[in-house]
Design a protein around this ligand. Sequence first.
Ligand code: NAD
Ligand code: MN
Length: 364
Amino acid sequence: MKVYRIALVPGDGIGKEVVPAGRRLLEALARTESDCQFAFEEFPWGADFYRNHGVMMPDDGLEALKAKDAILFGSAGDPAVPDHITLWGLRLKICQGLDQYANVRPARILPGIDAPLKRCGVEDLNWVMVRENTEGEYSGAGGRVHPGFPLEVAADMSVMTRAGVERIQRFAFRLAASRPRRQLTVVTKSNAQRHAMVMWDEIACEVAREFPEVAWDKEMVDAMTARMVNRPASLDTIVATNLHADILSDLAAALAGGLGLGPTANLNPERVYPSMFEPIHGSAFDIMGKGLANPIGTFWSVVLMLEHLGEAEAARRAMRAIEQATANPKLHTPDLGGSATTGEVTEAVCALVGAAAKNPLATA
Ligand code: NAD
Ligand code: MN
């Protein structure tokens, strides 16, 4: 029997509501799948920790995470603490510290979801967006000079390394090759950014030679936004820089039905360090503490976690339960136009997982 060591990092805002929901789903799976168990450890890091200790997570926090098989993360962000402190002190610290260089975000229109694209006659989309997750525009390089004086200067430097670009492009080509359409779109902006993005394009051409079976094309990031809306079926696997994919993946989530639904995997593909799974959304200050957060994005992230751990059958079972829940409008939270609570959706998904286990033929 395999016991997976799972770190739970709820963080702030609705992270504290959706991560416990994700834990409930894993527990429901473990109850019915005797050879796959989970040992949880919760880390109370985030803005409350910051208020008490002056840091978002302790110095030895990364070491504690390294001992785990995977991390389930909620969100970093608090109304009373500047966003750059919460983000850099927790989420980016973990992603960079554990070399989770591939951020992977699938986008599909789940059953029962009234996505904007559906109103344009698009029945489904099936995208995976790959985001470079450790350098580029969010490298952290830069600084401020003469703070507070009229001659103040501020600079954020986008840093791209050949090694960093090569590994994310290779990851994306490999992922594209593993999907039925074998198609990759490389997002760029090499007309205006004439150094790093030109290297990005050159490396895409080089890596493409290793994958003759993948049909690939290039799209400027601005044109990409229009293509996602106007010709969604022309896209399959997508790779983009840290900033570009940050923006494009929120657009993808919105087009697929909303920020509450989208999942994320922050992968260390070589598995030297544990990978981290989280919903695409943030702390959602406007609804936090009310029990109204949609837990589906976290549940789908749990599915990505199970796939990464090699638990394909448990992942399929969880995804089926998620799709049965979204297909039922009574289980829609207010962001989807319904009135269900986080707790009600969680109960329902856990019950569906249990029912599928009792009667495997019913959902086969
Ligand atoms: P957000 O995702 O928190 O919220 C945007 C909108 O979507 C809000 O109206 C919110 O109510 C809604 N929403 C998001 N998730 C939802 C869910 N599960 N169910 C129902 N509605 C949901 O984005 P924001 O407002 O830009 O950011 C708020 C805070 O979160 C900021 O501090 C930001 O820095 C942080 N943030 C953190 C992460 C992260 O840690 N990965 C990601 C994004 C934003
Ligand atoms: Mn984002």
